[in-house]
Write a new protein. Structure first.
Length: 277
């Protein structure tokens, strides 16, 4: 564990376990700590590599929003795999991390052996909707820098997307809130500006290029991402779609046992299977 230099920035990385490599990519406001409750189960089968993505956690927080662009984040992850002497890894990504995993698989398919995408999307296809999202993300980024993290996190936790998380045990919610408050205003703001859902180029028309096995996961209560994930699964040649019952946007947090069972059942079965070409 520690800081690893890639392309002029330093990424904080947590590693552990034995076996084939599994790259874990957290969501917006998350960090490597997102995965801590799942690590005992995952590390029984895999060597996990969990970076804090740029602008998050203990990784660097560049001043230039352009440094957070999705293509540069993907290049950082390829450089990270190089630095760790990992030729190919399975990749598990949640929300923003899922979008990043998808772009990694498209930009460097030779480095990805399998994908697990949790609450992820291929971007926003409609140009007007995408422009509106860019504007709303920019406004949110400005508000984070103007009002500070606590005001932002207070509002973020009240979003309907996270309503089901209010049922979590108090200790779990406190740990999640502490993670969200552990960042810097500039890091989160620039992450929105550089690699938010609006800033990210949509890849709907490229999903058929992904030849490796893919597991798409969505929570039963997360209706929007159930439909997105189902549509994505239909566009990929080796995709499986799994709904986690009684979970919202973060099944890994809300139903961790069912989530781990789904992930391990998929990856352990698929990791030796060659990709179709």
């Amino acid at each position: 564990m520690g800081l690893i230099a890639v392309n002029g920035v330093r990424l904080y990385v947590e590693r552990g376990g034995d076996g084939p490599p599994l790259l874990l990519l957290h969501g917006f406001t998350g960090s490597a700590a997102t995965w801590e409750p799942l690590l005992p189960a995952l590390q029984a089968h895999f060597h996990t590599v969990a970076p804090d993505l740029i602008g998050h956690g203990r990784s660097d927080v560049p001043a230039d929003p352009a440094r957070y662009a999705m293509d540069r984040c993907v290049a950082d992850l390829v450089a990270l795999l190089d630095a760790l002497d990992i030729d190919r890894a399975a990749v598990l990504g949640y929300s923003m991390g899922g979008r990043t995993a998808l772009h990694l698989a498209l930009a460097a398919p030779e480095r990805v052996s399998a994908l697990v995408l949790e609450g992820a999307s291929p971007g926003i296809a409609d140009p007007d909707e995408r422009a509106a999202r860019v504007a709303s993300d920019a406004a949110l980024a400005d508000r984070i820098e103007r009002e500070g993290l606590q005001a932002f996190v207070d509002a973020w936790e009240r979003l309907p997307l996270f309503a089901s998380q209010q049922r979590l045990p108090e200790a779990t919610r406190a740990r999640l809130r502490a993670q969200r408050l552990s960042h810097t205003p500039r890091g989160l703001a620039n992450s929105l500006r550089g690699m938010g859902a609006g800033a990210m180029a949509p890849v709907h028309d490229r999903l058929g290029e992904i030849a490796v096995p893919v597991l798409l996961i969505a929570g039963e209560l997360d209706g929007k991402y159930v439909e997105i994930s189902r549509a994505m699964a239909g566009a990929m040649p080796q995709a499986t779609f799994r709904i986690i019952l009684d979970a919202g946007h973060a099944p890994h947090l809300e139903q961790p046992e069912a989530f781990v069972e789904a992930v391990l059942g998929f990856l352990v079965e698929k990791r030796e299977r060659p990709a179709r070409t």
